[in-house]
Design a protein around this ligand. Structure first.
Ligand code: SAM
Length: 282
């Protein structure tokens, strides 16, 4: 089976459990029209003002961050290849009364699926890049979706975090998995997920890839993007190393023991070079 079919089956099965979980708190969006996800709340200082921007959220899952960006004034489209995730995202905007468009598409087909539109903002991250075998293909898609002068904003799990062995009783952080991108995927068999849920899953195989920070930056530079920011954080918005992390009041998880040892996530921003086309009405 193709990696996309294998991974899609896993996401399709998990999406309803995620939408029902306290971690994604979809009811919070319904109850309060001003509510935004803790992921986007964390992003705000680096994200700045998105009011009026036309944005696309790649690998948007059940749409909670997409809706959050819309609530900050951006005109948002979310894209994901999981049919059930997109159904959940559409159901969320119906329940919450938001105006957000969702498109079902594989990342490699995103440019066509989005009708060749060019965006002011491409937003992605938090467990997105690890599902993609080629970081250069991803960077080409990002570049093709941006207007000249448009901006990529990604906050993502750090490749150093993804390279670590599972939590160990001695608390040591041990590099055991690929840091650099490899042709062969890491194949995982695991019945769980990253939210609190009693759901039992049957589609438990996934194929994943790591991409080094230098590989990500180099791929974006090769596509004509200028890196405008790269900040590493000691926290992530999920319990990445169970038993070794503690959650703060903002929903961020960091190592209990000497959190300064590990870059757990990063925020990277880049701008597509080239002058924006002149406004024909001016
Ligand atoms: C961890 S989720 C992203 C999470 C998102 N940041 C959030 O917390 O809501 C990863 C998403 O990537 C999507 N995905 C994985 N591989 C994909 C691909 N090749 N094309 C499009 N979407 C993909 C999955 O369906 C899933 O919804």
């Amino acid at each position: 089976m193709d990696y996309r079919d294998i991974n899609r089956a896993s996401w399709d099965e998990r999406a309803p459990a995620h939408a029902a979980s306290p971690d994604y708190n979809t009811q919070g969006f319904v109850d309060d029209p001003g509510f935004i996800s803790h992921v986007v709340r964390f992003d705000r200082p680096l994200l700045g003002d998105v009011n009026g921007l036309r944005g696309v959220h790649l690998q948007c899952h059940i749409g909670t961050d997409t809706v959050s960006l819309s609530r900050l004034g951006a005109q948002m489209t979310g894209l994901d290849f999981s049919t059930v995730s997109i159904e959940q995202a559409r159901s969320l905007v119906v329940r919450a009364g938001d105006d957000v468009n969702f498109v079902e598409s594989e990342m490699d087909d995103a440019v066509v699926a989005l009708g060749g539109e060019h965006f002011d903002l491409v937003f992605t991250g938090i467990g997105a890049l690890c599902w993609l075998p080629s970081i250069s293909r991803w960077a080409a898609t990002v570049s093709a979706l941006l207007k000249p002068g448009g901006r990529l904003f990604i906050r993502e799990g750090h490749p150093m975090l993804w390279s670590l062995a599972d939590s160990r009783p001695d608390g040591l952080l041990v590099v055991d998995l690929p840091y650099f991108q490899r042709d062969e995927p890491s194949v995982w068999e695991g019945g769980g997920t990253y939210v609190q849920t009693d759901a039992v899953f049957t589609a438990n195989t996934t194929h994943e890839w790591n991409h080094g920070l230098g590989e990500i930056v180099t791929a974006l530079l090769a596509e004509g993007l200028q890196i405008t920011g790269l900040v590493e954080h000691d926290s992530v918005p999920w319990e990445a190393l169970p038993g070794q992390m503690t959650k703060d009041k903002h929903g961020e998880w960091r190592l209990i023991d000497r959190p300064w040892r590990l870059p757990a996530s990063y925020t990277l921003q880049a701008v597509k070079l080239g002058a924006p086309s002149p406004d024909p009405l001016v």
